[in-house]
Design a protein around this ligand. Structure first.
Ligand code: DGJ
Length: 744
C-alpha cells in the first residue's frame, strides 16, 4: 500500500492492490478537490486530466474565472456559503456569528500505521506496516482554526478510514454546528441506496431504493444509534448483486446520534456524508481545544454486497474488536430472561444452570431482576445491590455456586438508567437527563442518567465494581432500554447544551474503558432493547451484541441476514428460545431454531428444565455440534446465498479460511406442495477440491457445488408410494449441509 504525493501539483493518491483514492489541492483557493474513489487504477505522476470543469451559470469565487464555483467542484470536506449550495460536511459559528469558513491547505504528513482517536473507538493496526495514514492540515486564518483530515489506507483491505479534527488556534471560542466524519462527491447518480431499517423486535431489515435528486438520509436523534436506522449505508449500482458489481459502504464507528446523507445535485453529482447528527448539535471549542469526529469506515467492493460485507466482517472482527475475547472461542450461554423474566429465586436459577451444564452449556447469564426490589420493570434500576429475597447468598454466593457446577457466570446491568424509587435517584435527583421546568418523560418507567457528567460515570463504576470485585463474573450483558428526551445537562452552560448527546456517548465509552481496564477477561455483550445499539462503536468494547429481542427463528432469518451486511457472525448474539415464541407466538421446530442461531454467538433463552426428553436430547446434540463447529463459524467467511426479503427460501454459508470445510444453512419459511426443483449454488469453495457432504453418499468438486449447486430433491426411494417426496419437513423447515474436503 502506498500514499503517493505529487509535491508540485499537490495531488494525493492512496492505493493498494484493490482500491485507489485520489484528491488534490485547488490552485487558487487551496481547498481540496476530490478526483476518484474506486477500483485500483495505475498510478500516474499527475491526474490533472481527471479535473472536470465546465462554465455553468453560478456564483464564482474569483472574478474573471467562471469555473471557480465550488458548487461544480467535487470536494473532500465542503463548506456552505461560499459558492457551494449543497449541504456541507462542516459548519461553525464564529465570534461574529458568521458561518463562513475557509479552510485552506497548509501541509500534509504520512504516518506509518494508524493513530488512535482520543476517547473514541476506532479500527486499529497491530503492526505499523499494516496501514499508512495521510493527515492533511488545513487552516482558516480568520477563524483561527486548524482542520486535520485523516485518511487511512490498509495494505490488504479495500477500505479507507476517515475522520476529521478541529483545533482552535485562536484566542476566542467558536462553535462547531456540524462536523461530519467523511464526505465524498461521486461523479454520477446511477446508484441505489441500501440501508438497515427497523424497530424494536424487527431490526436490520434491508431497504433498497433508487437515489434521486435531492436529499435522502438515515439518522438517529434518540441518543443511541437506534433500532430505526443502523449507522450504515451503501451505494450500489442497480445491477450489483450479492456477488457481483460495484458497491460503496459507509459505516460509522459511533453509538450515538448520527446522520448518513445522500444528496444528488442537479448535475447528478452524488454527495455522501456520514457523521454525528448535526441536528441539535453545537460544540463550543475553546482556545487550544480539539474536537475529534468519530471514524467512518468506507469500503469499495466490486464483488457485490457480499464482497463489501466480508471486508467489514474481517476488519471489525480483527481490527475493531479487541482484547481477551477477540480471538477466543465464545462460550455457549443460557440466559434466564425468557425462562423466568423477573420471577426467579436462587433455587430456580440453580436448577436451570445445572440442567444447562448437563447439556453442555458453558455460561449461565442472570438477566434483569436480581437487584433492588425489581419484580417488574417499574423499579430499582440504579440500586445495584442484590435482592436478598431472591438471592439470599447474593451475587457472590450464586456466582460461586454456578462456578462450582463447572460453568461460568454472567450478569445483566443497565448502567445508564435509574428508576425514581432508588437510593441513587433520591440522593442525586439532578443526575438525570432532563430540562429544567419541563416534564421529564419516562421510557419503560426509567430515566437516563447524565453520562455527560464524569462524576455520574464514576459513581456507576463504583457500584458495578462493588459487585464485580467480590463475585466470579465472566460476562456482562450491558443493556439500555430507552432513548433520550428533554436533553439537557445541568452540569453545562447554556451555550454547551448542544454537546450533551455526544458527551453522553463519550461517558458510555469511558465507563466501558474503565471496566475493561480493571476486568480485562470479562466478555461484554452489548444490548439496547435488542439491537438499538448494534453498531461498530460498541464492538470496540463488547465483541458481541444482542441482535434483537425477537427470538423467533423465522423473524431472525431477516434480522440476522440484515445484520450480516456489516457485522461478523462472531458479533451476532443469537439464541434458541421456547415455542410458542414469546414475541410472535409462532411454533418452529427446535432444529430450525438452532440452525438459525448457530450462525452467530450461540446460546439458549428458555427454561431448559421444562423441555421434553426429546428436546433435551436435541439440545445435547446441538451444544456438542456447535463446539465442533464454532471455530469455523466464528472465523470463517460468510456468504449470503438466498435472501429472506425476496423469497420463501433463505440460505447462507460459512467457509473456513483454507476452504477445507464449510457449513450451509438452508431454510424454507413456508412449505409448498409439489413444488419446483430446488438447488442452492454455493460460494467461496475451492473449485478444484473434492468435498463430501455429511450424510450423503456422493462427493462433489467445488466447481460443481458452486455452478450447479446442491440438489435439494429428496430421495424418492424413501417415500415410495407417497404422492410427492419433498415436503416431509413442514413450515419453517431447515437443513444444514456440512462439507469437508476429501481426497480425490
Ligand atoms: C431488553 C433486552 O434486550 C432483553 O434481552 C432483556 O435483557 C430485557 N431488556 C431485560 O429487561
Amino acid at each position: 500500500m502506498t500514499i503517493k504525493v505529487n509535491q508540485l501539483t499537490k495531488e494525493f493518491h492512496l492505493y493498494n492492490n484493490q482500491i485507489s483514492y485520489i484528491f488534490r489541492v485547488l490552485e487558487k483557493s487551496n481547498h481540496l478537490e476530490h478526483l476518484y474513489f474506486g477500483k485500483r487504477i495505475k498510478h500516474r505522476d499527475s491526474f490533472s486530466h481527471l479535473i472536470e470543469r465546465e462554465i455553468r451559470p453560478s456564483c464564482n469565487m474569483f472574478e474573471g474565472d467562471h469555473t471557480s464555483s465550488l458548487e461544480h467542484i467535487k470536494q473532500e470536506y465542503p463548506s456552505f456559503g461560499t459558492t457551494d449550495f449543497r449541504y456541507p460536511a462542516h459548519m461553525v459559528t464564529n465570534q461574529i456569528g458568521s458561518h463562513i469558513t475557509n479552510y485552506q491547505y497548509q501541509s500534509y504528513q504520512i504516518i506509518p500505521g494508524k493513530p488512535a482517536l482520543e476517547n473514541l473507538p476506532a479500527t486499529y493496526v497491530e503492526d505499523s506496516n499494516e496501514a499508512n495514514t495521510l493527515e492533511i492540515t488545513l487552516i482558516d486564518e480568520v477563524l483561527q482554526s486548524k482542520l486535520i483530515l485523516s485518511y487511512t489506507i490498509y495494505s490488504k483491505r479495500n477500505v479507507i478510514c476517515r475522520n476529521a479534527r478541529f483545533i482552535n488556534t485562536g484566542a476566542e471560542a467558536f462553535y462547531i454546528n456540524n462536523a461530519m466524519s467523511t464526505s465524498v462527491d461521486f461523479p454520477d447518480d446511477e446508484y441505489e441506496m441500501l440501508h438497515l431499517a427497523g424497530a424494536w423486535a424487527r431490526e436490520a431489515h434491508v431497504e433498497v431504493q433508487k437515489i434521486s435528486k435531492g436529499v435522502q438520509s438515515i439518522y438517529s436523534a434518540r441518543g443511541a444509534s437506534s433500532h430505526t436506522h443502523n449507522p450504515f449505508l451503501a451505494l450500489k449500482r442497480p445491477d450489483t448483486t450479492e456477488h457481483t458489481g460495484e458497491v460503496y459502504g459507509f459505516s460509522l464507528v459511533y453509538s450515538g446520534n448520527f446522520l448518513g446523507q445522500v444528496e444528488v445535485d442537479t448535475y447528478s453529482v452524488t454527495r455522501v456524508m456520514m457523521g454525528i447528527n448535526p441536528f441539535q448539535f453545537k460544540w463550543k471549542l475553546n482556545p487550544n481545544e480539539t474536537f475529534q469526529t468519530p471514524e467512518c469506515v468506507m469500503v469499495y467492493s466490486n464483488e457485490g454486497l457480499n464482497g463489501m460485507s466480508q471486508t467489514y466482517h474481517d476488519i471489525y472482527r480483527t481490527r475493531l474488536a479487541r482484547g481477551y475475547w477477540r480471538d477466543r472461542e465464545r462460550p455457549i450461554l443460557i440466559n434466564n430472561w425468557e425462562a423466568t423474566y423477573f420471577n426467579f429465586n436462587e433455587e430456580k436459577i440453580l436448577s436451570i444452570a445445572k440442567t444447562a451444564r448437563d447439556f453442555g452449556i458453558e455460561l449461565f447469564v442472570l438477566d434483569d431482576g436480581w437487584f433492588g426490589k425489581r419484580n417488574d420493570d417499574t423499579s430499582s434500576l440504579g440500586d445495584w445491590f442484590e435482592d436478598k429475597e431472591k438471592l439470599p447468598n447474593g451475587i457472590q454466593g450464586l456466582s460461586e455456586k454456578i462456578e462450582g457446577l463447572g460453568m461460568k457466570f454472567g450478569l445483566w446491568f443497565e448502567p445508564e438508567m435509574v428508576c425514581k424509587d432508588t437510593k441513587l435517584f433520591q440522593q442525586h435527583p439532578d443526575w438525570i437527563v432532563a430540562t429544567p421546568n419541563r416534564r421529564a418523560s419516562h421510557g419503560r418507567n426509567q430515566f437516563v442518567l447524565d453520562f455527560a457528567r464524569n462524576e455520574v460515570v464514576d459513581h456507576i463504576f463504583t457500584l458495578m465494581d462493588n459487585i464485580l470485585s467480590k463475585s466470579q463474573i465472566s460476562y456482562i450483558k450491558w443493556d439500555m432500554n430507552r432513548h433520550m428526551t428533554e436533553i439537557y445537562s445541568t452540569s453545562l452552560d447554556f451555550d454547551q447544551q448542544g454537546e450533551v448527546a455526544h458527551r453522553y456517548i463519550l461517558g458510555v465509552y469511558r465507563l466501558y474503558e474503565r471496566l475493561i481496564e480493571k476486568y480485562p477477561e470479562i466478555l461484554f455483550e452489548s444490548c439496547a432493547g435488542g439491537g438499538a445499539r448494534f453498531d461498530p462503536g460498541l464492538l470496540y468494547y463488547a465483541p458481541q451484541a444482542w441482535a434483537s429481542d425477537d427470538t423467533d427463528a423465522a423473524e431472525r432469518l431477516k434480522i440476522q441476514y440484515g445484520t450480516s451486511m456489516v457485522y461478523p457472525l462472531s458479533s451476532i448474539g443469537s439464541h434458541v428460545s421456547a415455542v410458542p415464541n414469546h414475541q410472535v407466538g409462532r411454533i418452529t421446530p427446535i432444529d430450525t431454531r438452532a440452525n438459525v442461531a448457530y450462525f452467530g454467538t450461540f446460546g439458549y433463552e428458555l427454561d431448559i428444565t421444562n423441555l421434553s426428553d426429546e428436546e433435551k436430547y436435541k439440545v445435547k446434540g446441538q451444544t456438542s455440534f456447535f463446539k465442533e463447529k464454532r471455530q469455523l463459524i466464528q472465523n470463517g467467511r460468510f456468504y449470503r446465498l438466498l435472501n429472506p426479503f425476496e423469497s420463501n427460501e433463505v440460505s447462507w454459508m460459512v467457509v473456513s479460511e483454507d476452504k477445507k470445510e464449510a457449513m450451509v444453512g438452508y431454510y424454507k419459511v413456508l412449505a409448498k406442495p409439489n413444488d419446483k426443483y430446488y438447488r442452492i449454488k454455493l460460494k467461496g469453495l475451492d473449485p478444484d477440491k473434492l468435498y463430501k457432504i455429511e450424510g450423503k453418499e456422493t462427493t462433489h468438486y467445488g466447481d460443481e457445488l458452486m455452478n450447479i449447486g446442491i440438489l435439494l430433491a429428496e430421495d424418492y426411494t424413501d417415500r415410495a408410494g407417497e404422492y410427492w417426496s419433498r415436503e416431509k419437513l413442514g413450515d419453517f423447515s431447515s437443513e444444514l449441509f456440512l462439507l469437508k474436503e476429501v481426497n480425490a
